[in-house]
Each structure stands twice: as structure tokens, then as C-alpha cells.
Design a protein around this ligand. Structure first.
Ligand code: B12
Ligand code: SF4
Ligand code: SF4
Length: 273
């Protein structure tokens, strides 16, 4: 249904096609390059940032990041962040008269596909296994928990990741690998605290899916979205996205002020990026 409703919007079919245009994965090179983990981490970061990723984090693989019924054997997960254009994203939801917002969603998925495949192929050329996990399909890997562990952001009330650099207007793609790496550290800049006193997404969500308060979810107290309410609206409104577009952290003019305010509240020195 979501695909049908977004395809009503002019140009969206072609835009999403680019996200499904998976390049070939090369064979893992026979000769394995030997280098310290920090050197590999630095080299792959340089490579990914030169191949469309806007930021990157590395986390040790946790079986909890893998959907039931699937197996991932690689011990590391690299999460790539692909930033939205706020000017385009704020046009969601799209319809027959305007596709600007949902095409920005498709464009970032397409960048995630190209970037994650390019990185996986680079790692394979060094003699290590690597597999890409871009959207828009789910794949075996759940992306937000490793992204948080790798320091790309904090979980927002709207159920998506809030990044210090891009706010909620950011898409994720993963690459798993057995290349020796070192994890990047999680970071707290005040998004979780800010959500406690903000209602913007709760109020903006047309079907009222975003819970005002944290709830117990599979043994962890965290922000909760009722997807039985979200999914019907999402499916009929060209992939919606109102909650990430209307989040104040997503606005480039507001984000630096929020970072400074929250750094003061957390007793940190502001490192606005
Ligand atoms: C299925 C799916 C959907 C479904 C159902 C959503 C859902 N969460 O179940 C639908 C179609 C409704 C949907 C909608 C949207 N999605 Co979606 N979706 C996914 C997908 C493919 C899997 C998510 C999943 O496993 N859900 C099932 C369970 C795990 O959900 P959950 O228990 O509620 O947990 C959620 C969070 O709490 C967090 N989480 C899970 N476990 C834990 C544990 C801890 C400790 C913490 C802190 C967090 C955490 O991750 C889950 C993601 O929503 C991911 C890509 C991926 N492979 O991860 C994208 C993804 C989560 N979606 C994304 C986005 C942006 C959206 C939309 C805004 C649509 C749009 N236009 O882009 C809306 C937002 C809805 C919302 N309020 O979350 C982005 C989020 C990017 C970001 N900034 O974080 C992702 C990562 C896609 C991507 N490649 O970038 N989505
Ligand atoms: S995607 Fe739309 S319907 Fe779903 S939670 Fe976000 S605002 Fe609500
Ligand atoms: S809109 Fe407000 S409450 Fe919702 S995720 Fe963004 S900061 Fe948190």
C-alpha cells in the first residue's frame, strides 16, 4: 500500500528505483591486507565519507541487532548516516501535486545503497568479508540500535534517531564485516532530555501514534510509537515522515541553539558541529 500511494506522486517510482539499483558485490580478495584495527577504521572512514556517507559509526555486533530468523556472522557493524535536505524533507507528506518530500526520502535511500555497496566492495578488496544493508527494505539488520551504540545519535520520542549534526533528518545504512576495527563511542548531547519537554512530534502526528511518555518495551524503558496507528496513515500518505520533518532538531537554524542549551543543561562544553 505504501508503495502504491507513493507511486501516485510524480517522479517517485524513478527516484526509488535508484535505491533498488544494487551494484554487484565483488569477490573477497585472496590476499588479505594486514594493518592495525585503528588504521583500518581510519581508512574505511575516509573511503565512506568520500563515497556519499555524511557520517559513520562503528559498533561491535550484538545478536539483538539481528531480526529473528536471520544470522549475521560478521563481528562488526558500520552504520552510515545520509543527511536529508531539510528544505525538501519539510514538504512531506507528498501527494499527487507535490513529490518533493518523498523524493528526498528516495534520494537518501539511493545514496545509502550506493555508499554501503561501495564500502562493502572496498573492504572486500582488502581481503575481508563485508555485506551491505541499505534501505528501503528491512534486510536482516535493525539499524537504529547499532547507530546509537556507535555514537551517531540518541533515540527520539518519535522512535527515530536524532543526530547532533543532522537532527532527525537522517537516513541510515549498514555494512557488516570481519575486518579488524575499533568501536566508536556512544554520545549524549541532550536529545533524550529535550524530548521530555517537547511535544512537537506527538502533536504533529496525524493518527496520534507517538506516545508522550516512555514505556517499557521488551524490558527497556524507552520512547514508544504505536505502529498499529502509524502504519495505516504511513501507507496512505506516501511514506509520511512528518515526525522527523517537524522535529526542531531537524531545522538547521534551530539545531545549534538546542545543542548549546542542552550542553549547558548537561553541564557540558558545547561542541556544536
Ligand atoms: C519497519 C520499518 C518501518 C515501519 C514500522 C516502524 C517500526 N519501527 O516498526 C514503518 C513503515 C511504519 C516505518 C515508518 C517510518 N520509518 Co522506518 N523503518 C523500518 C525498518 C525497516 C525496521 C524497523 C524495525 O525493525 N521495527 C521493528 C521494531 C524493532 O521496532 P521498535 O521496537 O519500535 O524499535 C524502534 C526504535 O525504538 C529503535 N529500537 C529498536 N530496538 C531498540 C533498542 C534500544 C535500546 C533503543 C534505544 C532503540 C531501539 O529501532 C526501531 C526503529 O523504529 C527500519 C530500517 C532498519 N533496518 O532498521 C526503518 C527506519 C527505522 N525508518 C526510518 C524512518 C525515517 C521512517 C519514517 C520517518 C518514514 C519515512 N518517511 O522515512 C517513519 C517513522 C515512523 C516512526 N515514528 O518511527 C529510518 C530512521 C532513520 C532515523 N533517523 O532514525 C530507518 C532506520 C530507515 C533507514 N534506513 O534510515 N518504518
Ligand atoms: S510516520 Fe507519520 S504517522 Fe507515523 S509516527 Fe511519524 S508522523 Fe506519525
Ligand atoms: S519533535 Fe520534540 S519530542 Fe519529538 S523527537 Fe523531536 S525533540 Fe523529541
Amino acid at each position: 500500500m505504501a508503495r502504491q500511494s507513493s507511486r501516485r506522486c510524480p517522479g517517485v517510482g524513478e527516484a526509488f528505483q535508484a535505491a533498488y539499483d544494487y551494484p554487484e558485490l565483488v569477490a573477497v580478495a585472496q590476499a588479505r591486507k594486514d594493518a592495525p584495527a585503528d588504521q583500518f577504521a581510519a581508512e574505511l572512514t575516509t573511503f565512506a565519507l568520500a563515497h556519499e556517507a555524511d557520517a559513520l559509526g562503528i559498533a561491535a555486533m550484538d545478536p539483538l541487532y539481528v531480526f529473528e530468523g536471520y544470522t549475521i556472522n560478521e563481528p562488526w557493524v558500520i552504520v552510515l548516516a545520509l543527511a536529508h535536505s531539510y528544505e525538501r524533507l519539510k514538504e512531506v507528506p507528498s501527494d499527487e501535486t507535490s513529490s518533493v518530500g518523498v523524493i528526498d526520502v528516495a534520494d537518501q535511500y539511493a545514496r545509502g545503497t550506493r555508499s554501503s555497496y561501495a564500502l562493502a566492495n572496498w573492504i572486500r578488496s582488502q581481503g575481508y568479508n563485508a555485506n551491505p544493508y541499505p534501505g528501503p527494505m528491512a534486510g536482516a539488520l535493525v539499524l537504529i540500535p547499532p547507530a546509537i551504540a556507535a555514537g551517531l545519535g540518541e533515540l527520539g520520542k518519535h522512535g527515530s534517531l536524532i543526530s547532533r549534526r543532522f537532527g532527525s533528518g537522517v537516513r541510515l545504512a549498514g555494512v557488516t564485516t570481519d575486518m579488524p576495527l575499533i568501536a566508536t563511542a556512544p554520545e549524549r548531547f541532550g536529545a533524550d532530555e529535550f524530548c521530555k519537554s517537547c511535544q512537537a512530534c506527538t502533536n504533529a502526528c496525524p493518527p496520534g501514534a507517538i506516545s508522550e511518555h516512555k514505556q517499557m518495551v521488551r524490558g527497556v524503558e524507552r520512547w514508544y510509537v504505536d505502529f498499529d496507528k502509524c502504519i495505516p496513515y504511513f501507507a496512505e500518505s506516501a511514506s509520511c515522515g512528518i515526525c522527523i520533518a517537524d522535529c526542531p532538531w531537524t531545522r538547521p537554524d534551530v539545531r545549534p541553539k538546542l545543542l548549546a542549551t542542552m550542553a549547558r543543561r548537561l553541564g557540558q562544553v558545547s561542541t556544536e558541529a
